[in-house]
Design a protein around this ligand. Sequence first.
Ligand SMILES: O=P(O)(O)OC[C@H]1O[C@](O)(COP(=O)(O)O)[C@@H](O)[C@@H]1O
Length: 388
Amino acid sequence: FMAPKAPAVRTSLNVASLENTRVLKVPVLDEVCETTGVTLKRYMNEVAMLNPELTELTVLFGAIDTACKAITNMVKRSQLPSSETLGYQGEVNIQGEDQKKLDVITNEVLKRALRFTGKMGVLASEEEDVPLDLVNTEKDAIFADTGKYVAVFDPLDGSSNVDAGIPTGTIIGIYDHDENCAMDDESCEGDECAQQELNCLSNTLQAGTNLVAAAYCLYSSSTFFVLTLGAGTYGFTLDENLGEFVLSHPNMKIPETSSIMSFNEANTHMWDEPLQKVVKGWRDGTGKSGQQFSSRYIGSMVGDVHRTLLYGGVFGYPGDTKNVNGKLRLLYEGAPMSFIMEQAGGISTTGTKRVMEIQPEYVHQRVPIIMGSKNDIEEVMEAYAAAE
Ligand SMILES: O=P(O)(O)OC[C@H]1O[C@](O)(COP(=O)(O)O)[C@@H](O)[C@@H]1O
Protein backbone atom coordinates (compact mmCIF):
# COMPACT_ATOMS: atom_id res chain seq x y z
CA PHE A 1 0.00 0.00 0.00
CA MET A 2 1.59 3.28 -1.10
CA ALA A 3 1.12 6.00 1.56
CA PRO A 4 -0.39 9.04 -0.15
CA LYS A 5 2.31 11.63 -0.74
CA ALA A 6 1.14 14.63 1.23
CA PRO A 7 1.23 17.85 -0.69
CA ALA A 8 4.59 19.52 0.03
CA VAL A 9 3.32 22.86 1.31
CA ARG A 10 -0.15 24.08 2.12
CA THR A 11 -0.56 27.75 2.84
CA SER A 12 -3.45 30.15 2.54
CA LEU A 13 -3.70 32.35 -0.54
CA ASN A 14 -5.08 35.91 -0.56
CA VAL A 15 -5.94 36.88 -4.13
CA ALA A 16 -7.00 40.50 -3.93
CA SER A 17 -5.90 41.33 -7.46
CA LEU A 18 -8.87 40.28 -9.58
CA GLU A 19 -11.88 42.59 -9.58
CA ASN A 20 -14.82 41.14 -7.63
CA THR A 21 -12.39 38.79 -6.00
CA ARG A 22 -12.93 37.99 -2.37
CA VAL A 23 -10.14 38.07 0.16
CA LEU A 24 -10.43 34.42 0.89
CA LYS A 25 -7.97 31.91 2.19
CA VAL A 26 -8.04 28.92 -0.09
CA PRO A 27 -5.95 25.80 0.37
CA VAL A 28 -3.07 25.93 -2.06
CA LEU A 29 -2.60 22.41 -3.22
CA ASP A 30 0.47 22.63 -5.33
CA GLU A 31 0.56 18.90 -5.73
CA VAL A 32 -2.36 16.59 -6.31
CA CYS A 33 -2.06 13.45 -4.18
CA GLU A 34 -1.58 10.55 -6.50
CA THR A 35 -3.86 8.05 -4.78
CA THR A 36 -7.13 9.42 -3.49
CA GLY A 37 -6.49 12.96 -4.61
CA VAL A 38 -8.21 15.92 -3.03
CA THR A 39 -11.95 15.43 -3.07
CA LEU A 40 -14.44 18.29 -3.46
CA LYS A 41 -15.68 17.59 0.09
CA ARG A 42 -12.14 17.84 1.49
CA TYR A 43 -11.43 20.98 -0.52
CA MET A 44 -14.59 22.69 0.79
CA ASN A 45 -13.80 21.49 4.30
CA GLU A 46 -10.39 23.10 4.12
CA VAL A 47 -11.90 26.31 2.79
CA ALA A 48 -14.26 26.33 5.79
CA MET A 49 -11.42 25.66 8.22
CA LEU A 50 -9.53 28.61 6.75
CA ASN A 51 -12.65 30.80 6.46
CA PRO A 52 -15.13 29.88 9.23
CA GLU A 53 -17.68 32.36 7.83
CA LEU A 54 -18.09 29.96 4.89
CA THR A 55 -18.92 26.87 6.94
CA GLU A 56 -22.58 26.88 5.84
CA LEU A 57 -21.49 27.12 2.21
CA THR A 58 -19.76 23.75 2.54
CA VAL A 59 -23.08 22.20 3.58
CA LEU A 60 -24.58 23.63 0.40
CA PHE A 61 -21.80 22.27 -1.80
CA GLY A 62 -22.19 18.88 -0.14
CA ALA A 63 -25.81 18.83 -1.33
CA ILE A 64 -24.91 20.12 -4.82
CA ASP A 65 -22.17 17.47 -5.08
CA THR A 66 -24.70 14.71 -4.37
CA ALA A 67 -27.34 16.18 -6.68
CA CYS A 68 -24.89 16.38 -9.61
CA LYS A 69 -23.86 12.76 -9.08
CA ALA A 70 -27.52 11.73 -9.16
CA ILE A 71 -28.07 13.79 -12.32
CA THR A 72 -25.02 12.39 -14.12
CA ASN A 73 -26.39 8.86 -13.52
CA MET A 74 -29.81 9.88 -14.80
CA VAL A 75 -28.35 11.49 -17.93
CA LYS A 76 -26.19 8.44 -18.62
CA ARG A 77 -29.20 6.07 -18.25
CA SER A 78 -31.71 8.36 -19.94
CA GLN A 79 -31.51 6.71 -23.35
CA LEU A 80 -31.96 3.14 -22.12
CA PRO A 81 -35.23 1.60 -23.37
CA SER A 82 -36.23 0.97 -19.76
CA SER A 83 -35.61 4.56 -18.79
CA GLU A 84 -38.61 6.62 -17.67
CA THR A 85 -36.82 9.87 -18.36
CA LEU A 86 -36.96 9.76 -22.13
CA GLY A 87 -38.63 12.52 -24.12
CA TYR A 88 -40.89 15.42 -23.23
CA GLN A 89 -42.95 16.11 -20.09
CA GLY A 90 -45.76 17.55 -22.20
CA GLU A 91 -45.56 20.90 -20.42
CA VAL A 92 -44.09 24.27 -21.44
CA ASN A 93 -41.99 26.38 -19.06
CA ILE A 94 -42.47 30.14 -18.62
CA GLN A 95 -40.06 30.74 -21.52
CA GLY A 96 -42.29 28.80 -23.89
CA GLU A 97 -39.82 25.88 -24.08
CA ASP A 98 -41.11 22.31 -24.16
CA GLN A 99 -39.90 20.80 -20.93
CA LYS A 100 -38.01 17.53 -21.20
CA LYS A 101 -38.86 14.95 -18.53
CA LEU A 102 -35.23 15.30 -17.46
CA ASP A 103 -35.64 19.08 -17.09
CA VAL A 104 -38.42 18.50 -14.58
CA ILE A 105 -36.74 15.62 -12.74
CA THR A 106 -33.32 17.30 -12.46
CA ASN A 107 -35.09 20.44 -11.23
CA GLU A 108 -36.73 18.41 -8.44
CA VAL A 109 -33.43 16.72 -7.56
CA LEU A 110 -31.65 20.05 -7.11
CA LYS A 111 -34.55 21.75 -5.35
CA ARG A 112 -34.81 18.94 -2.78
CA ALA A 113 -31.06 18.68 -2.26
CA LEU A 114 -30.79 22.43 -1.61
CA ARG A 115 -33.95 22.68 0.51
CA PHE A 116 -32.89 19.90 2.88
CA THR A 117 -29.68 21.74 3.76
CA GLY A 118 -31.82 24.23 5.70
CA LYS A 119 -29.50 26.95 4.36
CA MET A 120 -31.73 28.26 1.59
CA GLY A 121 -33.85 31.39 1.74
CA VAL A 122 -35.01 31.53 -1.89
CA LEU A 123 -34.54 29.29 -4.95
CA ALA A 124 -34.90 30.39 -8.57
CA SER A 125 -34.68 27.96 -11.47
CA GLU A 126 -35.05 27.99 -15.25
CA GLU A 127 -37.84 25.45 -14.74
CA GLU A 128 -39.76 27.46 -12.10
CA ASP A 129 -42.02 30.28 -13.25
CA VAL A 130 -41.34 32.31 -10.08
CA PRO A 131 -38.70 32.06 -7.32
CA LEU A 132 -39.56 29.81 -4.38
CA ASP A 133 -39.47 31.54 -1.05
CA LEU A 134 -38.44 28.84 1.42
CA VAL A 135 -38.12 30.94 4.57
CA ASN A 136 -41.73 32.06 4.74
CA THR A 137 -43.40 29.01 3.26
CA GLU A 138 -41.34 26.23 4.76
CA LYS A 139 -43.67 24.13 6.95
CA ASP A 140 -40.88 22.12 8.50
CA ALA A 141 -38.89 24.71 10.41
CA ILE A 142 -35.80 22.51 10.37
CA PHE A 143 -35.59 23.04 6.63
CA ALA A 144 -35.44 26.79 7.11
CA ASP A 145 -32.58 26.58 9.56
CA THR A 146 -30.73 29.76 8.61
CA GLY A 147 -32.03 30.49 5.13
CA LYS A 148 -28.66 32.18 4.66
CA TYR A 149 -28.40 31.75 0.93
CA VAL A 150 -30.19 32.23 -2.38
CA ALA A 151 -29.60 29.72 -5.17
CA VAL A 152 -30.27 30.34 -8.86
CA PHE A 153 -29.83 27.43 -11.23
CA ASP A 154 -30.32 25.86 -14.63
CA PRO A 155 -30.80 22.19 -13.70
CA LEU A 156 -30.04 20.76 -17.16
CA ASP A 157 -28.54 23.25 -19.55
CA GLY A 158 -28.58 22.13 -23.17
CA SER A 159 -31.30 19.59 -22.40
CA SER A 160 -32.48 19.74 -26.01
CA ASN A 161 -29.27 17.82 -26.82
CA VAL A 162 -29.59 15.07 -24.22
CA ASP A 163 -31.35 12.51 -26.46
CA ALA A 164 -28.42 12.68 -28.88
CA GLY A 165 -25.89 12.00 -26.11
CA ILE A 166 -24.39 15.48 -26.50
CA PRO A 167 -22.88 17.04 -23.35
CA THR A 168 -25.27 18.84 -21.04
CA GLY A 169 -24.74 20.51 -17.69
CA THR A 170 -26.02 22.06 -14.49
CA ILE A 171 -25.27 25.71 -13.73
CA ILE A 172 -25.67 27.21 -10.26
CA GLY A 173 -25.08 30.59 -8.62
CA ILE A 174 -25.15 31.31 -4.87
CA TYR A 175 -25.95 34.70 -3.32
CA ASP A 176 -26.37 35.84 0.25
CA HIS A 177 -29.98 36.03 1.34
CA ASP A 178 -31.22 39.26 2.88
CA GLU A 179 -32.69 37.70 6.03
CA ASN A 180 -34.38 41.01 6.88
CA CYS A 181 -36.97 40.19 4.29
CA ALA A 182 -39.01 38.25 6.84
CA MET A 183 -42.57 37.95 5.61
CA ASP A 184 -44.74 38.60 8.62
CA ASP A 185 -48.06 37.50 7.25
CA GLU A 186 -49.68 38.02 10.66
CA SER A 187 -49.61 41.81 10.56
CA CYS A 188 -49.50 42.58 6.83
CA GLU A 189 -52.66 42.94 4.76
CA GLY A 190 -53.44 42.73 1.04
CA ASP A 191 -50.97 44.72 -1.12
CA GLU A 192 -48.60 45.08 1.80
CA CYS A 193 -48.17 41.27 1.85
CA ALA A 194 -47.69 41.24 -1.90
CA GLN A 195 -45.07 44.01 -1.55
CA GLN A 196 -43.26 42.13 1.22
CA GLU A 197 -43.34 38.97 -0.93
CA LEU A 198 -41.91 40.95 -3.81
CA ASN A 199 -39.15 42.31 -1.56
CA CYS A 200 -38.27 38.81 -0.46
CA LEU A 201 -38.31 37.39 -3.92
CA SER A 202 -36.22 40.26 -5.25
CA ASN A 203 -33.49 38.66 -3.21
CA THR A 204 -32.92 36.63 -6.33
CA LEU A 205 -32.52 39.71 -8.54
CA GLN A 206 -28.93 40.46 -7.57
CA ALA A 207 -26.11 41.46 -9.93
CA GLY A 208 -23.36 38.91 -10.59
CA THR A 209 -20.93 41.02 -8.59
CA ASN A 210 -22.88 39.88 -5.50
CA LEU A 211 -22.29 36.20 -6.21
CA VAL A 212 -20.78 34.30 -3.26
CA ALA A 213 -20.07 31.23 -5.38
CA ALA A 214 -20.78 29.77 -8.80
CA ALA A 215 -20.38 26.29 -10.24
CA TYR A 216 -21.24 24.11 -13.18
CA CYS A 217 -21.31 20.37 -13.61
CA LEU A 218 -20.63 19.01 -17.10
CA TYR A 219 -22.13 15.64 -18.03
CA SER A 220 -19.89 14.39 -20.84
CA SER A 221 -17.18 11.79 -21.50
CA SER A 222 -16.24 12.51 -17.91
CA THR A 223 -18.27 14.37 -15.33
CA PHE A 224 -16.59 17.63 -14.36
CA PHE A 225 -17.42 19.99 -11.49
CA VAL A 226 -15.97 23.48 -11.80
CA LEU A 227 -16.43 26.13 -9.12
CA THR A 228 -15.33 29.55 -7.91
CA LEU A 229 -15.71 31.11 -4.49
CA GLY A 230 -14.21 34.35 -5.80
CA ALA A 231 -10.60 33.27 -5.33
CA GLY A 232 -9.76 31.48 -8.55
CA THR A 233 -11.51 28.71 -10.48
CA TYR A 234 -11.05 25.04 -9.54
CA GLY A 235 -11.98 21.96 -11.56
CA PHE A 236 -12.81 18.49 -10.25
CA THR A 237 -13.40 15.24 -12.16
CA LEU A 238 -15.76 12.51 -10.94
CA ASP A 239 -13.83 9.37 -10.05
CA GLU A 240 -16.58 6.83 -10.71
CA ASN A 241 -14.74 4.16 -8.67
CA LEU A 242 -14.44 6.40 -5.65
CA GLY A 243 -17.79 8.07 -6.25
CA GLU A 244 -16.14 11.40 -5.47
CA PHE A 245 -15.19 14.53 -7.40
CA VAL A 246 -11.39 14.76 -7.28
CA LEU A 247 -9.34 17.93 -7.82
CA SER A 248 -7.98 17.64 -11.37
CA HIS A 249 -7.67 21.26 -12.51
CA PRO A 250 -6.40 23.45 -9.62
CA ASN A 251 -6.50 27.21 -10.23
CA MET A 252 -7.60 27.08 -13.89
CA LYS A 253 -6.28 29.87 -16.12
CA ILE A 254 -7.73 30.41 -19.61
CA PRO A 255 -5.09 31.21 -22.29
CA GLU A 256 -5.07 34.97 -22.95
CA THR A 257 -5.13 34.60 -26.75
CA SER A 258 -6.63 31.81 -28.82
CA SER A 259 -7.83 30.81 -32.28
CA ILE A 260 -11.11 29.10 -31.51
CA MET A 261 -14.53 30.72 -31.85
CA SER A 262 -17.80 29.18 -30.68
CA PHE A 263 -21.06 30.74 -31.83
CA ASN A 264 -24.23 29.60 -33.59
CA GLU A 265 -22.92 31.06 -36.82
CA ALA A 266 -26.26 30.59 -38.55
CA ASN A 267 -27.19 33.90 -36.86
CA THR A 268 -24.07 35.84 -37.99
CA HIS A 269 -25.92 37.98 -40.56
CA MET A 270 -28.24 39.24 -37.79
CA TRP A 271 -25.46 40.26 -35.36
CA ASP A 272 -24.26 43.79 -34.55
CA GLU A 273 -21.91 45.24 -37.14
CA PRO A 274 -18.83 45.41 -34.84
CA LEU A 275 -19.06 41.70 -33.98
CA GLN A 276 -19.61 40.67 -37.60
CA LYS A 277 -16.44 42.64 -38.51
CA VAL A 278 -14.29 41.04 -35.79
CA VAL A 279 -15.50 37.51 -36.57
CA LYS A 280 -14.82 38.06 -40.29
CA GLY A 281 -11.24 39.04 -39.33
CA TRP A 282 -10.92 35.87 -37.23
CA ARG A 283 -12.25 33.77 -40.11
CA ASP A 284 -9.77 35.08 -42.67
CA GLY A 285 -6.85 35.62 -40.31
CA THR A 286 -6.84 39.42 -40.56
CA GLY A 287 -7.85 40.02 -36.92
CA LYS A 288 -5.65 41.51 -34.15
CA SER A 289 -3.69 38.26 -33.56
CA GLY A 290 -3.38 37.60 -37.30
CA GLN A 291 -4.42 34.01 -36.55
CA GLN A 292 -7.03 32.19 -38.62
CA PHE A 293 -9.60 30.92 -36.14
CA SER A 294 -11.34 27.54 -36.25
CA SER A 295 -14.94 27.03 -35.20
CA ARG A 296 -16.22 24.72 -32.44
CA TYR A 297 -19.87 24.76 -31.30
CA ILE A 298 -21.60 22.06 -29.25
CA GLY A 299 -24.81 24.00 -28.67
CA SER A 300 -24.65 23.33 -24.92
CA MET A 301 -23.30 26.35 -23.04
CA VAL A 302 -21.62 24.30 -20.30
CA GLY A 303 -19.77 22.15 -22.82
CA ASP A 304 -18.72 25.13 -24.94
CA VAL A 305 -17.57 27.16 -21.92
CA HIS A 306 -15.65 24.22 -20.40
CA ARG A 307 -13.69 23.72 -23.63
CA THR A 308 -13.11 27.48 -23.86
CA LEU A 309 -11.70 27.60 -20.31
CA LEU A 310 -9.27 24.76 -21.06
CA TYR A 311 -8.17 25.53 -24.65
CA GLY A 312 -8.91 29.26 -24.78
CA GLY A 313 -11.28 30.78 -27.25
CA VAL A 314 -14.39 32.86 -27.54
CA PHE A 315 -17.85 31.50 -26.74
CA GLY A 316 -20.89 33.65 -27.30
CA TYR A 317 -24.60 33.99 -27.82
CA PRO A 318 -24.82 37.63 -28.89
CA GLY A 319 -27.89 39.71 -29.42
CA ASP A 320 -29.23 39.84 -32.96
CA THR A 321 -32.02 41.44 -34.96
CA LYS A 322 -34.31 38.50 -34.00
CA ASN A 323 -33.44 38.37 -30.27
CA VAL A 324 -31.83 41.63 -29.19
CA ASN A 325 -30.77 40.06 -25.89
CA GLY A 326 -29.70 36.76 -27.40
CA LYS A 327 -30.92 33.50 -25.86
CA LEU A 328 -29.03 32.90 -22.61
CA ARG A 329 -30.52 33.89 -19.23
CA LEU A 330 -28.61 36.41 -17.12
CA LEU A 331 -29.41 35.07 -13.64
CA TYR A 332 -28.75 31.32 -13.89
CA GLU A 333 -26.57 31.07 -17.03
CA GLY A 334 -24.83 34.40 -17.78
CA ALA A 335 -23.76 35.66 -14.35
CA PRO A 336 -22.56 32.35 -12.80
CA MET A 337 -20.60 31.37 -15.92
CA SER A 338 -19.13 34.90 -16.15
CA PHE A 339 -17.93 34.69 -12.51
CA ILE A 340 -16.19 31.37 -13.26
CA MET A 341 -14.70 32.78 -16.49
CA GLU A 342 -13.42 35.97 -14.86
CA GLN A 343 -11.88 34.06 -11.95
CA ALA A 344 -9.97 31.98 -14.54
CA GLY A 345 -8.57 35.19 -16.07
CA GLY A 346 -11.10 35.54 -18.90
CA ILE A 347 -13.56 38.31 -19.73
CA SER A 348 -17.36 38.21 -20.15
CA THR A 349 -19.15 41.07 -21.90
CA THR A 350 -22.28 41.99 -23.81
CA GLY A 351 -19.93 43.84 -26.16
CA THR A 352 -20.38 47.07 -24.26
CA LYS A 353 -21.08 46.01 -20.63
CA ARG A 354 -19.49 43.62 -18.11
CA VAL A 355 -22.11 40.88 -17.69
CA MET A 356 -21.39 40.58 -13.94
CA GLU A 357 -22.43 44.21 -13.37
CA ILE A 358 -25.86 43.95 -15.00
CA GLN A 359 -28.69 44.33 -12.45
CA PRO A 360 -31.40 41.78 -13.30
CA GLU A 361 -34.94 43.17 -13.56
CA TYR A 362 -36.76 39.88 -13.78
CA VAL A 363 -35.85 36.24 -13.16
CA HIS A 364 -35.86 34.85 -16.72
CA GLN A 365 -34.22 37.92 -18.32
CA ARG A 366 -31.92 37.18 -21.31
CA VAL A 367 -28.53 38.82 -21.93
CA PRO A 368 -26.13 38.95 -24.91
CA ILE A 369 -22.94 37.11 -23.94
CA ILE A 370 -19.46 37.04 -25.44
CA MET A 371 -16.86 35.47 -23.13
CA GLY A 372 -13.43 33.90 -23.23
CA SER A 373 -9.75 34.70 -23.77
CA LYS A 374 -8.81 38.20 -22.59
CA ASN A 375 -7.06 39.54 -25.71
CA ASP A 376 -9.73 38.24 -28.11
CA ILE A 377 -12.64 39.62 -26.05
CA GLU A 378 -10.83 42.97 -25.77
CA GLU A 379 -10.72 42.98 -29.59
CA VAL A 380 -14.53 42.66 -29.62
CA MET A 381 -14.98 45.36 -26.95
CA GLU A 382 -12.68 47.73 -28.87
CA ALA A 383 -14.76 47.18 -32.03
CA TYR A 384 -17.98 48.03 -30.15
CA ALA A 385 -16.32 51.08 -28.54
CA ALA A 386 -15.08 52.27 -31.93
CA ALA A 387 -18.60 51.95 -33.35
CA GLU A 388 -20.11 54.14 -30.59
O1 LIG B 1 -29.50 26.07 -30.42
P1 LIG B 1 -28.94 27.42 -30.24
O2 LIG B 1 -29.87 28.53 -30.67
O3 LIG B 1 -27.59 27.57 -30.82
O4 LIG B 1 -28.80 27.62 -28.65
C1 LIG B 1 -27.87 26.88 -27.91
C2 LIG B 1 -27.82 27.47 -26.53
O5 LIG B 1 -29.08 27.25 -25.90
C3 LIG B 1 -28.92 26.48 -24.73
O6 LIG B 1 -29.14 25.15 -25.01
C4 LIG B 1 -29.95 27.04 -23.73
O7 LIG B 1 -30.03 26.38 -22.70
P2 LIG B 1 -31.28 25.52 -22.11
O8 LIG B 1 -31.17 24.19 -22.73
O9 LIG B 1 -30.98 25.54 -20.68
O10 LIG B 1 -32.54 26.24 -22.43
C5 LIG B 1 -27.46 26.69 -24.31
O11 LIG B 1 -26.94 25.66 -23.57
C6 LIG B 1 -26.77 26.80 -25.66
O12 LIG B 1 -25.59 27.55 -25.59
